[in-house]
Write a protein that binds this ligand. Structure first.
Ligand SMILES: *[C@@H]1O[C@H](CO)[C@@H](O)[C@H](O)[C@H]1NC(C)=O
Ligand SMILES: *[C@@H]1O[C@H](CO)[C@@H](O)[C@H](O)[C@H]1NC(C)=O
Ligand SMILES: *[C@@H]1O[C@H](CO)[C@@H](O)[C@H](O)[C@H]1NC(C)=O
Ligand SMILES: *[C@@H]1O[C@H](CO)[C@@H](O)[C@H](O)[C@H]1NC(C)=O
Ligand SMILES: *[C@@H]1O[C@H](CO)[C@@H](O)[C@H](O)[C@H]1NC(C)=O
Ligand SMILES: *[C@@H]1O[C@H](CO)[C@@H](O)[C@H](O)[C@H]1NC(C)=O
Ligand SMILES: *[C@@H]1O[C@H](CO)[C@@H](O)[C@H](O)[C@H]1NC(C)=O
Ligand SMILES: *[C@@H]1O[C@H](CO)[C@@H](O)[C@H](O)[C@H]1NC(C)=O
Ligand SMILES: *[C@@H]1O[C@H](CO)[C@@H](O)[C@H](O)[C@H]1NC(C)=O
Length: 374
């Protein structure tokens, strides 16, 4: 067994050989804030603990200056303010560095020291202090209309004394749960979980996770926008029919509906109680013939459900538009020409031998002719 052998090996040799420290490989924070370094020692001897040990974190970039006479105040100033907050008796070497600026970004090596004992870990923690905040991490599951949706936003909370306030905005009902959680690596994160029951009106709305981080000299803010995608069954399904229905016209019926994901469409026609399925496309084109007279229905369907349009009655006239137009034109012609036709009619009648009725015009002609003949 490797572990058993390792333990025997460790007890024979000096504890320093087996000493190891569990710390994260990288940690990030923002300038003006602090940083918690979760730290756990695997072993530590009672003699070290009894001998007032001192914990420190050595900067990689200053390494060559430590333990020399050159480690002057100039270099010491480059070290951040550090504090051990863990209980060493419980092998807890958790520390905090405060008042950090970008200049403190470095690799830091854990070190524990007594008068006659020193241990320095060879695996450093890489600390990055940036001016900007990281973007909040947003988890948005599939959202369905009418089902409780839960949107989670988390942001790192590197400094336990300056915790972020995470929230969602705008909020369309429901409730927000805020809190701080401990992650597996010992660091903290702030979270905001927004639970609400979405409706289709929330589809494509923009919401933001906003985190406000207190830092020295004010607050810093970060946000992440998400566009809600609410899945919902088809709504407002209706048929649109541009133009008029005339025999011989090419008709195009369009089925419109709101749906997410977009709906598939099917067409049905009812004629004299008989129902027929016509097609599966979002438009339906056909030449109007009298057999096409009937009730048209469009069905919109997606994975969330289906909805039928109200039926549209289409009556194909037994006459085409051009025929109608020619009839109309001839009627107009008749209307325009009717005075002349009447005139013509009467003139032709005036020449006929027997007259039952006479008009004034005819009388004038009649009189003039009688005058002439006299
Ligand atoms: C710190 O930031 C760097 C990049 O800026 C990233 O690669 C790394 O994963 C971050 N570490 C943590 C613990 O968030
Ligand atoms: C180590 O100490 C810190 C600070 O007191 C504490 O938050 C953390 O829970 C401790 N870790 C363990 C493993 O006990
Ligand atoms: C160091 O940080 C603390 C809080 O974290 C703050 O009260 C203090 O003013 C800071 N000191 C300097 C010198 O910035
Ligand atoms: C260090 O010195 C203390 C007494 O000053 C002693 O008890 C302890 O055993 C010594 N530790 C080592 C590792 O030599
Ligand atoms: C977080 O901020 C909101 C508004 O920005 C405020 O109403 C709320 O009280 C704050 N929560 C905490 C814990 O500070
Ligand atoms: C929060 O909202 C969800 C869904 O709207 C509901 O199930 C839950 O009971 C609410 N919780 C509280 C604490 O109001
Ligand atoms: C009717 O119109 C549609 C679209 O405008 C077209 O795709 C189709 O070919 C036309 N049908 C005929 C028979 O002209
Ligand atoms: C919609 O149509 C596509 C392609 O024709 C098909 O793969 C899909 O299964 C259909 N979905 C539904 C809900 O009918
Ligand atoms: C829509 O109408 C067709 C034809 O009447 C029918 O077969 C179908 O089940 C209807 N769909 C819905 C969702 O009502």
């Amino acid at each position: 067994m490797f572990s058993a052998d390792f333990l025997v090996f460790c007890s024979i040799l000096s504890a320093a050989w087996c000493q190891s420290v569990l710390i994260p490989k990288t940690l990030n924070t923002t300038s003006g804030s602090c940083i918690l370094i979760p730290c756990q020692m695997t072993t530590i001897s009672e003699s070290v603990l009894d001998n007032s040990p001192v914990v420190s974190w050595r900067r990689g970039s200053l390494w060559k200056y430590y333990d020399t006479n050159n480690f002057i105040s100039e270099h010491r100033q480059k070290e951040p303010e550090m504090e051990l907050i863990g209980d060493l008796r419980k092998k807890n070497c958790t520390s905090v560095m405060r008042n950090l600026t970008g200049q403190h970004s470095d690799h830091y090596f854990f070190r524990i020291q007594t008068t006659n004992y020193t241990f320095t870990d060879n695996k450093p923690v890489k600390i990055t202090v940036s001016d900007s905040l990281p973007e909040p991490n947003v988890i948005v599951p599939g959202i369905r209309e009418g089902e409780v949706a839960s949107l989670t936003c988390t942001v790192p909370a590197p400094c336990p004394s300056l915790l972020p306030n995470v929230t969602w905005a705008p909020v369309f009902g429901g409730n927000i749960t805020q809190g701080i959680q401990l992650k597996a690596d010992g660091t903290l994160s702030g979270f905001a979980i927004w639970e609400f029951v979405p409706s289709f009106t929330h589809h494509e709305l923009k919401v933001n996770c906003v985190s406000v981080h207190p830092v020295d000299g004010g607050d810093k803010q970060a946000s992440k926008q998400v566009i809600l995608s609410v899945e919902y069954p088809p709504k407002e399904t209706h048929i649109s029919l541009p133009g008029l229905v005339w025999l011989g016209n090419n008709l195009t019926l369009t089925c419109q509906s709101k749906a997410n994901p977009p709906a598939n469409h099917s067409w049905f026609m009812k004629r004299e109680g008989v129902e027929e399925k016509l097609g599966d496309s979002h438009v339906l084109s056909f030449i109007a013939t009298q057999e096409k007279t009937g009730e048209y229905i469009c069905e919109a369907q997606n994975l969330q459900g289906a909805m039928n349009s109200t039926s549209l009655q289409i009556n194909v006239q037994g006459i085409s538009f051009t025929t109608f137009l020619s009839i109309l034109l001839s009627m107009l012609l008749v209307l325009i020409l009717s005075p002349f036709l009447i005139l013509l009619f009467h003139r032709s009648r005036s020449k006929t031998p027997h007259r039952h009725e006479t008009t004034e015009v005819e009388n004038i002609y009649a009189n003039s002719s009688t005058v002439k003949s006299q």
